[in-house]
Design a protein. Sequence first.
Length: 719
Amino acid sequence: MDVSYIFQNLNNAQREAVSSESQSLLVLAGAGSGKTRVIAHRVAWIVKALNISPQSLLTVTFTNKAAREMRGRIEEILEDQLGDFWCGTFHGISHRILRRHWEEAGLRKEFAILDSEDQLRVVKRVCKSLQIDDSKWPAKQIQWYINKEKDEGRRPEDAETGDYFSEQMTNIYSEYQALCNQESLVDFGELLLRTYELIDGNEKILNHYRARFKHILVDEFQDTNEVQYKFLLLLKGNENNISAVGDDDQSIYGWRGAKSDNINRFTKDLKNTQVVRLEQNYRSTQVILDAANSVIQNNSGRMGKDLWTEEKEGEKISVYSAYNEDDEARYVVGTIQDWIAQGNNLDEVAILYRSNAQSRALEEAILRESLPYRIYGGQRFYERAEIKNAMAYIRLVFGKEDDAAFERVINIPPRGIGAKTLDIIRNKAKGTKQSLWMASQELIDLEELPPRAMQSVQGFISDMYSLSLEVKEMDLKGLVDFIIERSGLIDYHKKEAGEKGRTRVENLSELVSAADDFMVPAQEEEISELKSFIDHAALDAGDAQAEEHESAIQLMTLHSAKGLEFPLVFITGFEEGLFPHRLSIEEPGQLEEERRLCYVGMTRAMKKLHIVHSEMRNLHGSENFNSVSRFLKEIPEELSLEVRTGGSIPRLKQKERSYIPGDVPNTEFKIGQRVFHDSFGEGVILNYEGQGPNARVEVNFDSSTTKWLMVEYANLKGI
């Protein structure tokens, strides 16, 4: 069979990776080197050249969007449908396995998936039952601890103890897990951990999946955590094949449990692993790649690679030193306006920052110029409050035992059911070991609630019973539409002022459209359409990938930028304490992750990269004077160009203390004049650039510090 078409448009390294016959393959894919193309073509090669059924392959991605795109690419290459080909996220694959083996996994058949917000509610409920002081033990910190332990594959009895903090956390974790087990609730960490424990502890099920998946392919391998790594190696066993594609230089999710060292472990745990490096970049200019290579080379323990491109050398990296965050924002927006004036588009522009708090000044500057923009990676559809409210009602219609859904909407819209009433219901449920729904019914039957509370709870119970009966014969779209209307959510959100209320109502309408468009995946036909819709909503809410960017300037954190590319990129806040973050500077491992984050940000740029730093920044309510980031110092001088605005007079070198007397145009200052600054003290003006409010002056302070300051903001006083 002629399979040469599979290798079309691939370079030599890509062909080597695609056609490898190694039982263990590691593809080190640099930024912009075509890793997705390699995975898709390798699947096609395995299917066609090796005559392996797509059903014998397992392909793991990190987002649902990536899984859909991967499947589409493969089907396009093969010009055929893949049928029951397993391609999905770790969470999606785990969910699929647990649905099939719920009994062996110790779950009820209709177990409920907890998204992050639902999980937090359960944590708070457990803390309340244990009389934990929320001010000393914040629920979000406890949630983070539980998820971290699960990512590491540790149950409460395996958790490290030895001090009061860890013992208290372990105790809460234990109570939390007991409640989840009792009510058959599964959070996202549990999806992975329980699936791993299931196949690790059940030889029959393990052998079934080992026999099924002869080839395992994993994308973004550098982002795997401990449980995911162990799950993959367990599934592989001694006989199966595994191909891991990743880049240790782009491992930036350590705070989320990812282990960059998993790439190194892979070559140690699996002997005779073939390593293929994809170093040809199809995205950026050579200048950008040389700069990014220079920065990342300062990290130790790398597998090692140097990106290169056949593209022309490209423009130097522009470096702008701003006085403060407003000056920084003005420079960024002004540069974007020049870009647009040259006939380019807004959706080709991305502004990156280390902290979300940095976006305020940028957004204000963009708004002043009436330019459209979007915060990339903002709240996803199924994470929005109004959608979560509607889904909670839908979940209760499906199963009254869903405590997280019950708690969310028992008083939305308001029914006069307060915290005290909810505490009574919770205590009853805990004491009788039953759901909140059943506890509520028993409290009503035994008349153990205050009269007013009893009437309100009775009304909610009756409404939900009626709703369940009325939608019994409806299709999914009709059911969702009817529940949203009858629940009172439309009127409730309409009462919210202005655009917010209108947007929420529009989103609820969109949920009806989502139900109308929903199709039960072939692999889930054994469960009801409603349950499949509920589960997919929960899985989508937990998917970290942002939606497709619109035709507008894209503002985003450096973490959100991974996987994206833009012709014009700004990285702002290039200052010590901000980037690298002050909490990472003292810890070598965290500092190296910050450097990888810098590498990721730089390699998002295709044609032009701007790096901006500020001498002073108002962040979190206080003024900070930070030195320039060490990462900027790691970029060779010949690859960058210092930008000056508003004038052509060059900055005087430090040793050139002489100056030419003259006025700073359209200001009250003169070269040679002595001035006073609130923070730096007295000094003399040596030089200037620009004029009027945009003028910047170089001041040599008596403290031996020389600063360039913007006249409009520096509040200099003549002496």
